[in-house]
Design a protein around this ligand. Structure first.
Ligand code: HEC
Length: 153
């Protein structure tokens, strides 16, 4: 009797040991995969701009070249964007420069689309709660800055 009981214990012990070994093997594998995931997405910080749908890209800025829109957009920028993109829009600790060629050459419609949709998974918030005219004012302001060769990013 005692013998069979020990045999049973041994069987259970072995099964448990196998399970622990299996876990010990798979856990690092899973976490290694997780770590690798962001590296695979190693695309440019501006890659999202190229993903705007054609219709959005072609949208016209109703406030293009409006000096009042530039001023209003500047205020909105200080309020909502400077925290991450820096006071001069040349980039900060949290977000890239908006005076890079990729952003400055993007159409107003593309920038409007980015503001409306954000790039949430990469830390750029959605601004669809700002009324459309305010979003266009920000776009007008960004466009008024022009490209800056020197940027902190
Ligand atoms: C909480 C920080 C944060 C705030 C606030 C923020 N952004 Fe961003 N923004 C980011 C990050 C991070 C990226 C880079 C996203 C990526 O890697 O694609 C980004 C990217 C962008 C881009 C480039 C699009 C692209 O391809 O990623 C534009 C244009 C932009 N932001 C405009 C703005 C404007 C305008 C505001 C204010 C209304 C603003 N952002 C507020 C964090 C922020």
């Amino acid at each position: 009797m005692t013998l069979t009981r020990t045999a049973k214990f041994r069987a259970i012990f072995r099964a448990a040991l196998l399970l622990i070994c299996a876990l010990a093997l798979t856990v690092p594998l899973i976490s290694a995969q997780k770590e690798r995931a962001p590296a695979q997405k190693d695309e440019s910080v501006y890659a999202e701009l190229a993903k705007a749908p054609k219709k959005a890209v072609a949208r016209r800025n109703p406030m293009e070249h409006d000096p009042e829109a530039v001023a209003a957009g500047g205020k909105l920028f200080d309020l909502h964007c400077a925290e991450c993109h820096g006071e001069t829009a040349e980039g900060g600790r949290k977000a890239p420069s908006l005076r890079a060629r990729e952003v400055q050459q993007a159409t107003p419609g593309t920038l409007f689309w980015i503001l409306t949709n954000g790039v949430v998974r990469r830390g750029m918030p959605v601004w669809s709660k700002l009324p459309e005219p305010q979003r266009w004012q920000i776009v007008t302001y960004l466009k008024s800055l022009g490209p800056a060769e020197k940027s902190s990013q």
